[in-house]
Design a protein around this ligand. Structure first.
Ligand SMILES: [Zn+2]
Length: 426
């Protein structure tokens, strides 16, 4: 069996170009700058979200608030259960001061990743830590009622197994494999999801839990939540990140200045249907010819191998062949990487991300796919745009979706406004 060629992953150095320093000035990464005395309980809470225990005096120093104000707000946050006592600091004489920390386990989040043929459901705490999870096989094409009933049944089972009550639920985040109008949680003309168009996903889930609007249910497309999950778990300080899912389809989730960029109608990052010159005559499932997805998705690579006489019916077959050192499969995957790289080179010039994460099923081919992407991106993008750019494989793997669905809820329910309102009501 011939061994596969060694992938070259070193980007070419920019020639004859002096790259100016683009390293930002040093700023504290976590602790916000001292705010005015108008800093509310919700904003004080954001300081504690990093999980570090602090004394009232330390919080007063960080926020610039009077100690008496800190004490009142600490009491309010304790009453909500969002922070709790975390031992005592070393005393400088007299009674040692108490410390307080974020109680990430005070409430739980259900995170749901609906794929084309399966669902993955995770129960996490408010820090995004996965406490338990469950998988089930179901085709999204059977329609929203059957899929969401299964999701709710599994979700209730997870709560029960973890000994958590539905009243401890902070919210439910759901990722769907198609375009979603995030503001309403309704899918918008999803191509592989018959019956889902315009379906009120949040209302159905809230009803199934016997709760109305008081249960937060947020929905987004799977690539967007994967981008959130990968960033939250592995790149928390990167403000500009592009997550590319390479699976049955190809799409990208864009994080710009730390926020998910959905565009005017939620279709930002839909790179699967960009036309490539190499694709002349290759028909795409969208009806056009030469789309990236028709050349470089998992099924497209399998079809290309099959046409060349290699036994490959699916993306899994392609990955198996790569693992067994098939030169044809390695070359086909690398070519898919180059095709993806051609579109990403344009994205890099347009968005200037500092990290591109390649995820989705075909990314399990690892360095072979990445090598093709890097080869073209570093060659075609402007040197300054690639000076600090890293192109890496997803570290969250198939949990990127649930990690992101959880993060979407956490960022919503723990936002300064929401915490401020909660504390005011307490
Ligand atoms: Zn297409």
């Amino acid at each position: 069996m011939p061994s596969p060629p060694v992938a070259s992953t070193t980007p070419p150095a920019p020639r004859g170009v002096t790259v100016p320093s683009i390293v930002p000035p040093a700023t504290p990464a976590v602790v916000p700058a001292p705010a005015s005395s108008a800093l509310r309980a919700g904003e004080l809470f954001q300081v504690l979200r990093d999980g570090h225990a602090r004394t009232r005096a330390e919080l007063a120093e960080i926020t610039g608030l009077a100690r008496s104000t800190i004490a009142t707000r600490i009491d309010a946050l304790m009453a909500c259960g969002l922070i709790g006592p975390a031992g005592e600091a070393v005393s400088s004489g007299g009674r040692p001061p108490s410390r307080f920390a974020f109680s990430a386990s005070s409430r739980v989040v259900l995170a749901v990743d609906v794929g084309a043929t399966h669902v993955l459901i995770a129960l996490t705490d408010l820090g995004g830590r996965v406490l338990d999870e469950s998988r089930a096989a179901i085709a999204v094409s059977v329609g929203p009622a059957a899929v969401l009933d299964l999701v709710v049944e599994q979700a209730k089972h997870l709560l029960e197994r973890s000994g958590r009550d539905v009243r401890e639920l902070a919210g439910i985040g759901i990722g769907l494999p198609g375009p979603v109008e995030h503001s309403t949680g309704r899918p918008a003309n999803p191509p592989i999801m018959p019956g889902w168009d315009g379906f009120d996903v949040p209302a159905r889930v809230q009803e199934s839990f016997g709760m109305g609007g008081e249960l937060d249910v947020l929905v987004d497309n799977d690539v967007n939540i994967m981008a959130l999950g990968e960033r939250a778990g592995f790149w928390p300080v990167e403000e500009n990140l592009l997550f590319v899912k390479v699976a049955t389809g190809i799409g990208a989730g864009i994080v710009g200045r730390g926020l998910l960029q959905r565009g005017a109608d939620g279709t930002a990052g839909d790179i699967g249907h960009v036309r490539l010159a190499r694709g002349d005559g290759v028909l795409c499932r969208c009806g056009n010819v030469g789309c990236l997805e028709a050349l470089a998705s998992g099924p497209a690579v399998a079809a290309a191998l099959k046409a060349a006489g290699v036994r490959a019916e699916s993306a899994e077959d392609v990955l198996d062949l790569v693992r067994h050192g098939s030169v044809e499969a390695v070359q086909a995957v690398r070519q898919a990487g180059r095709d993806i790289g051609e579109v990403l080179a344009t994205c890099v010039n347009l968005l200037n991300p500092s990290v591109i994460v390649i995820g989705g099923g075909l990314s399990a081919a690892g360095e072979y796919l990445l090598a093709g992407v890097r080869e073209v991106v570093y060659q075609r993008s402007l040197p300054l745009a690639t000076a600090r750019l890293r192109i890496v494989q997803s570290m969250a793997g198939d949990r990127a979706g649930v990690l992101g669905a959880s993060r979407m809820i956490i960022d919503h329910v723990l936002s300064p406004d929401r915490i401020g309102a909660l504390v005011a009501d307490a």
